[in-house]
Write a protein that binds this ligand. Structure first.
Ligand code: NAP
Length: 490
């Protein structure tokens, strides 16, 4: 089929979309990525201990199940190798243009197509654009004064400096989110002294994530076992975490009790226990799975610092109590600019309207994907499609399918493009926001919210609800643009 599709991003989202489109006859697909290759977050995040925290049988495509994962939650190299192999097997690896940073997408009203501009000055034209840049692509380093004065080495966890040997060093880790929770236990035995600067404690559930014994590896290879396991993980295990977040008074306390017993058992040092015990509702921030983090914090060479960081100086980190923590290395485990989505990319839709301006009051999109005024523009992992309990791959596959059905419907009608009706988008946004009422997500501040407190990253329900809602495009929710004209038809 003749439709040209430009996909921006060669991570799980973009690769999945390209596979889905090609499998249904849309062969003119180009994938642009600023990075040097396939992988997205799994290419960027190479820190020691990096692994997924959702079981691999679910953190993988449904159509490309692998039975050789080495453990429940696979390490970064295995996931990256898997994604590359799937891209190769489905012949989409050759569609990727690496080192190609998109600076702007502009809808051409006359020609009813998108013009995609790159940093190199190239322009790609496309009938549809899929923005699959994700929510966790732009590392965030807080604006703490004095950073430029630091005489040692500093880097963000998503841009790990593997040339910098940490053996015996005095290291500061700032931030204690999902990334730090993985790399701190990996580096603590190696460094000389480790100061972990924590702003907020986390809720933890146990996970040893040891390599599968041979017997389990063999069992997984028995026909049907994998399918059953995936079904169980999807329907019961992960949705139960979402249930605990959705119902913080009834289901939440059950999982919280499990976390409390586990944490109390691990936290033998009363001083560390006092410092790290979370003071907010279970599930409000991401619940973390690790059997190694709390023991690492109680090592003799590790100190948990809860006084807030005031400034960075040449020889270390100065906290509010006036103490200078002398270090030669600072590792920023401070997460990502999650609310920036694809920006600073310029996205201009019909009549030149700017997505940045449309989203000035907070990003919003129908099913996280489509925005009124932006025909045939689809955002993957867009507003309100992150998951605290499920696997993002399930969401990405649903989105890829939805995009494909949108193009098929446009073909069927002979339309140039689909544009979501403003009232449909407004209603679905209102419904999504209303569903956060009374949930744990509303009980504290987190990276899920913007500065007004609106939750803009997460889906408020279950994976299965999202899958169902996005099964296929509902043509009545869209206006259909005729080719080469600005006219719309119902
Ligand atoms: P994160 O969860 O956003 O954690 C950032 C940490 O930095 C938090 O502890 C935060 O404290 C702290 N922080 C931010 N600004 C600070 C400041 N000015 N001073 C002191 N501390 C500050 O980031 P992340 O750990 O990189 O994880 C981000 C997301 O990536 C995760 O939630 C998860 O979705 C994904 N992820 C997944 C995996 C996996 O699958 N295994 C691994 C890593 C990441 P506050 O809590 O007080 O804000």
């Amino acid at each position: 089929m003749g439709r040209r599709v430009v996909v921006i991003g060669a991570g799980f989202g973009g690769i999945g979309a390209a596979i889905e489109l090609r499998a249904h006859g849309y062969t003119d697909v180009t994938i642009l990525d600023a990075a040097p290759g396939i992988g997205g977050t799994w290419l960027a995040n190479t820190y020691p201990g990096a692994a997924c925290d959702v079981p691999s049988h679910l953190y993988s495509y449904s159509f490309a199940q692998q039975r050789s994962w080495s453990r429940l939650c696979s390490p970064q190299e295995e996931i990256l190798e898997y994604l590359r192999a799937v891209a190769r097997e489905h012949s989409v690896d050759g569609l990727v243009r690496p080192n190609t940073k998109v600076t702007a997408c502009r809808w051409d009203d006359e020609a009813t197509l998108w013009r995609v501009e790159t940093e190199q000055g190239d322009e790609y034209t496309a009938d549809a654009v899929v923005i699959a840049t994700g929510q966790l692509a732009q590392p965030s380093i807080p604006a703490i004064p004095g950073r430029e004065d630091f005489a040692g080495t500093e880097f963000h966890s998503a841009a790990w400096d593997h040339d910098h040997d940490l053996t015996g060093r005095k290291v500061a880790v700032i931030g204690t989110g999902a990334s730090a929770v993985q790399f701190v236990p990996a580096i603590a035995p190696v460094v000389g002294k480790l100061s972990v600067f924590q702003r907020t404690g986390n809720w933890f559930l146990p996970r040893k994530n040891l390599p599968y014994p041979r017997s389990v590896q063999r069992l997984i290879k028995v026909p049907g076992v994998q399918r059953l396991r995936r079904w169980g993980l999807k329907r019961l295990y992960l949705e139960s975490l979402t249930a605990s977040i959705r119902h913080p008074r009834t289901v939440g306390p059950v999982l919280r009790l499990k976390a409390q017993i586990f944490m109390r058992h691990q936290l033998r040092d009363p001083e560390v226990r006092r410092k790290v015990w979370p003071d907010y509702t279970f599930g409000c921030k991401r619940v973390l799975f690790s059997s190694y983090w709390l023991p690492a914090l109680q090592r003799d060479n590790v100190e948990v610092v809860t006084d807030s960081v005031e400034r960075i100086e040449a020889t270390g980190v100065r906290t509010k109590d006036g103490r200078l923590h002398e270090v030669d290395t600072i590792i920023w485990g401070t997460g990502f600019r999650t609310t920036s989505f694809m920006f600073p990319m310029e996205v201009h839709g019909r009549d030149g309207r700017s997505l940045r301006e449309e989203w000035a009051g907070g990003p919003h999109a129908h099913l996280g994907m489509t925005v009124p005024g932006f025909p045939n523009l689809f955002v993957m992992y867009g507003p309100n499609t992150n998951t605290s309990g499920g696997s993002i791959i399930v969401y990405l596959e649903s989105q890829a399918r939805y995009v494909r059905t949108a193009l098929q419907e446009a073909d069927r009608r002979g339309a140039a493009a689909a544009e979501v009706r403003p009232e449909v988008e407004a209603a679905s946004d209102a419904e999504v926001q209303a569903r956060f009422e009374g949930t744990a997500w509303q009980a504290c501040d987190s990276w899920y919210r913007d500065e007004t407190g609106r939750i803009i990253t997460n889906w408020p329900g279950y994976m299965l609800e999202y899958e169902k809602a996005t099964e296929a495009i509902d043509p009545s929710e869209y206006v259909w643009l005729e080719p080469g004209e600005q006219k719309v038809s119902g």
